[in-house]
Design a binder for this molecule. Structure first.
Ligand SMILES: NC(=O)c1ccc[n+]([C@@H]2O[C@H](COP(=O)([O-])OP(=O)(O)OC[C@H]3O[C@@H](n4cnc5c(N)ncnc54)[C@H](O)[C@@H]3O)[C@@H](O)[C@H]2O)c1
Length: 436
């Protein structure tokens, strides 16, 4: 079988240094990936268009919280990690791992322009024996229908001259228990030999490698995981709204249901979805499904419920102000506590706080925010202020960072809207605390 005959290229380039892997995109995914591979003894080149990111990484300074500079520094010093903005250096790497953003367009359709541009750059440096792995989240068939044809324009053929696979990144920023190193890696290649070569790159660096038969299976695996979260979050968000009408404490119900040792997994309601994954990835599948005359109704319905949450929260805040302060949103001083998209991280991408701030401002509220992880919120032209709840008509807890004293907050604030159950059962029993 031709595909079994591929040998990684061993051609000597006397002056150029060679790398076991190059990771294209030094962000939330790329840096932990490079760190994991380098910690297992691989040499890794990080490629990023941002010169600032490149220079900082080469000084051993990490901009990604999950990889502290104290851990990155020694790897850079030992020469096991280096960063560059020069795609030409890809020629000196055995494997090329792509960890680039895959956003949605304004019309909520997949925007693969960053990926396509980068793959075109990679193609001009592709050589016999290269291994190319796509790690970015995307719809099934991207590897085969988008990446492979661009790479094959070179005359080289996937599975014969170079290896090509998809392996989804499953990193959960801020999660200290589950890291790139110990979350199993799913790998699916264009051919069995592609799967095997990709699996071998990860083996020894990550704890478990799970092989699937095709890149499509690997692509859809990642989407299933995120759709599962989106749908279940929508379910409890809907239930939270019903519970408000029925005067049932939704948090108490979820806590009670979670005592069942099997068949139930607990999800929490909240002000909306955030981050680079859950609000975006499911719509990659919705878009692709249409090509097959198929409508992914669970995804659309979950999107509808989750996207309505900031509006629902605005009306909750308005009610809390009416009852607790006898005033309207218009002109009220509101302090938003926590603007990152989830607790204990600094990432504000797609954060529900952004939408909520916009809606509250639209209703005439005067907004300030406090977030120990986010000193400045450029999207809202705001800077984090000190936590002085007495100075505001209403305090809204949007993200429940762990180092905030919520008991003190409840004591001092005039009115609190707690969208995360940060104040717990005591808060829920307190008349000045409004919860979902
Ligand atoms: N962040 C997460 O929690 C997470 C988790 C799992 C999967 N993913 C997926 O991983 C992929 C990457 O996401 P991320 O969060 O790491 O993105 P990111 O925005 O943190 O990082 C991307 C990096 O790529 C760089 N870049 C942009 N264009 C480039 C180009 N043409 N060449 C080289 N570098 C370029 C940017 O400067 C940036 O540093 C996405 O598909 C995302 O959906 C993200």
């Amino acid at each position: 079988m031709l595909e079994e005959t591929i040998e990684p290229q061993t051609e000597q380039e006397p002056k150029a240094r060679t790398w076991d892997a190059a990771v294209v995109g030094a962000g939330y995914v790329g840096v932990p990936l490079a760190h994991t591979l380098a910690s297992a003894g691989r040499s890794v080149l990080l490629i990023d268009v941002s010169e600032d990111v490149v220079h900082a990484l080469n000084r051993g300074e990490s901009h990604i919280m999950d990889v502290p500079s104290e851990e990155l520094g020694p790897l850079v010093e030992d020469g096991r990690i280096r960063a560059t903005a020069d795609y030409n250096e890809l020629r000196n790497a055995d494997a090329i791992l792509i960890a680039l953003p895959t956003p949605l367009s304004k019309q909520r359709e997949p925007d693969l322009s960053i990926l396509v541009d980068a793959v075109e750059q990679i193609a001009t440096r592709l050589r016999n024996g290269h291994l190319v792995i796509l790690e970015s989240t995307t719809y099934p068939r991207t590897t085969r229908e988008v990446v492979q044809p661009i790479l094959e324009r070179t005359g080289l053929k996937a599975g014969r001259d170079f290896h090509l696979a998809f392996s989804p990144e499953r990193v959960d920023p801020g999660n200290e228990t589950w890291t790139t190193q110990n979350v199993p890696k799913v790998v699916g290649g264009i051919t069995p030999a592609c799967t095997e070569r990709a699996a071998q790159l990860y083996e020894g660096a990550v704890k478990t490698v799970h092989r699937v038969s095709t890149p499509e299976a690997a692509e859809l695996t990642k989407l299933l995981e995120n759709i599962f979260r989106s749908v279940n979050i929508a379910l409890v968000n809907e239930l939270a709204q019903l519970c408000e009408r029925m005067e049932i404490d939704v948090w108490e119900v979820i806590e009670a249901a979670a005592t069942k040792p099997f068949g139930f997994m607990s999800f929490q309601p909240g002000p909306g979805l955030g981050g680079h994954c859950i609000p975006i990835d499911p719509f990659y599948l919705t878009w692709k499904a249409r090509e097959y005359d198929f409508y992914t109704e669970f995804i659309e319905l979950a999107g509808k419920v989750n996207e309505n949450m900031p509006y629902y929260c605005r009306s909750l805040i308005s009610q809390a102000l009416n009852h607790g302060r006898q005033r309207s949103l218009n002109g009220a001083k509101v302090l938003v506590v926590g603007v990152a998209y989830k607790a204990d991280i600094a990432d504000t991408r797609e954060s529900p706080a952004l939408k909520l701030i916009k809606l509250l401002r639209g209703a005439g509220a005067d907004i300030s925010y406090h977030d120990p992880f986010v000193p400045e919120l450029r999207e809202a032209s705001l800077k984090s202020v000190d936590l002085d709840p007495t100075a505001y008509d209403c305090v809204v807890i949007v993200t429940a960072h762990s180092h905030i004293d919520y008991t003190d907050l409840v004591e001092k604030a005039h009115v609190i809207v707690d969208l995360r159950n940060a104040t717990g059962p005591d808060g829920r029993r307190n008349d000045k605390v409004w919860t979902l």
